[in-house]
Design a protein around this ligand. Structure first.
Ligand code: PGA
Length: 251
């Protein structure tokens, strides 16, 4: 079922203590957000356990920002989907452009991470989006089509039905340069059409597609009013409870 979601991607920010305080502040104000809007926070691994505790019963879900491609074993420094799920975490962000760009995540790696996420019963938030050079070369539709096809097309209908997608144009991430509502709508509708060709119109229509990239309290309302934009994956503005809640109230 298509849902409205606002997810805060904290990236590599906050100490554990600051993270718990931020989570508490979000939980305390969650009641201001419409109950049908899912509110998610994605802190660093080190904070997950405490943030789950701090948000328990408050209608705030927790996501990890990544998980290992392997299930268990000799993979020094990795954190498995199963470990994350055991903490009470419900979602995992996969394929964020920073992971693709700085950590070399390929479609092959992401396919394995998706598999691990589903095995652990984590809901993947799968990110796609083109770079500035790709947008300027007008290849953005082809780039995003490939990112959708190479990871999502191998999913069963059932798993696809559980997957959340985030469209995050790389040129809009952390730059203060948001996609216009029209640009976001155009790409979201395109993604839905690509999905419809594989999974059928009904399933594509029910897929939750979030926008990410400098979303903030000033632009969220216009973005979220677009028919194919179901919410946001919010970076910078999720580090302040006031801003994050304001974004979550923008439906
Ligand atoms: P931003 O980040 O809101 O700071 O642009 C979004 C994201 O990368 O998820």
């Amino acid at each position: 079922m298509r849902k409205n979601i606002v997810a805060g991607n904290w990236k590599m920010n906050t100490t554990p203590q600051e993270g718990v305080e931020l989570a508490r502040a979000v939980a305390a104000r969650r009641g201001e957000v419409a109950p049908q809007v899912a509110v998610i926070v994605a802190p660093p691994f080190t904070h997950l356990s405490e943030v789950v505790r701090a948000t328990r019963g408050a209608g705030v879900s927790v996501a990890a920002q990544n998980c290992a491609a392997e299930a268990a074993g000799a993979y020094t420094g990795e954190v498995s989907a199963q470990m994350i799920a055991t903490l009470g975490v419900e979602y995992v962000i996969l394929g964020h452009s920073e992971r693709r760009q700085y950590f070399g995540e390929t479609a092959d790696v992401l396919n394995r991470k998706m598999e691990r996420a589903f095995e652990a019963r984590l809901v993947p938030i799968y990110c796609v989006g083109e770079s500035l050079a790709e947008r300027e070369a007008e290849t953005h539709f082809e780039v995003v089509r490939a990112q959708v096809e190479e990871v999502l097309f191998s999913l069963s209908a059932e798993r696809f039905g559980q997957t959340v997608i985030a469209y995050e144009p790389v040129w809009a991430i952390g730059t203060g340069r948001t996609a216009t509502a029209a640009q976001a709508q155009e790409m979201h509708a395109f993604i839905r059409s690509v999905l419809a060709a594989r999974f059928g119109h009904e399933a594509a229509d029910e897929c939750t597609i979030l926008y990410g990239g400098s979303a903030n309290p000033g632009n969220a309302r216009e973005l979220f009013s677009q028919p194919d934009v179901d919410g946001g994956l919010v970076g910078g503005a999720s580090l302040k409870a006031d801003d994050f809640i304001a974004v979550a109230k923008s439906f």
